[in-house]
Design a protein. Structure first.
Length: 128
């Protein structure tokens, strides 16, 4: 399911949604970041502050480009905590510009604040 979490209005990124996106245990949401605000369509990854709040159980989030979910955690918390973490999220090679966010346990609201991005090195860029 594609849902729109909040984006902080920093670095000229628009506030796309005034509400937080909630995600339940064992669920995932898809966040579109490529081509949003100043993030270019050809971005291969983004640096984002991912925050959980309103957590109902001890848990973790995994941020990944979709497909097979890796066995990693990007944000960890205990029930009742609000926790941010800086994440470098790889975007899919398909060019969809999306991140997939998986929640392990309980429910939580998620805020994604994109701070920067990576783009392919141009073959015409100067070397040195």
């Amino acid at each position: 399911a594609s849902r729109a979490p909040s984006f902080c209005a920093g670095e000229n990124l628009p506030s796309l949604n005034s509400k937080l996106a909630g995600i339940g245990a064992g669920q995932q949401l898809t966040v579109h970041v490529g081509g949003v605000g100043n993030v270019p369509f050809n971005a291969t990854a983004v640096c984002a502050n991912v925050t959980v709040t309103g957590t109902t159980a001890n848990g973790y989030l995994t941020v990944y480009p979709g497909g097979t979910r890796p066995v990693i955690s990007d944000v960890n918390w205990s029930a009742g905590q609000t926790v941010p973490n800086m994440v470098v999220g790889t975007l899919p090679s398909s060019g969809s510009g999306t991140l997939t966010i998986y929640n392990y346990a309980g429910s939580t609201d998620v805020i994604v604040d994109v701070m920067g991005w990576y783009v392919p090195v141009s073959s015409t860029s100067p070397s040195g």
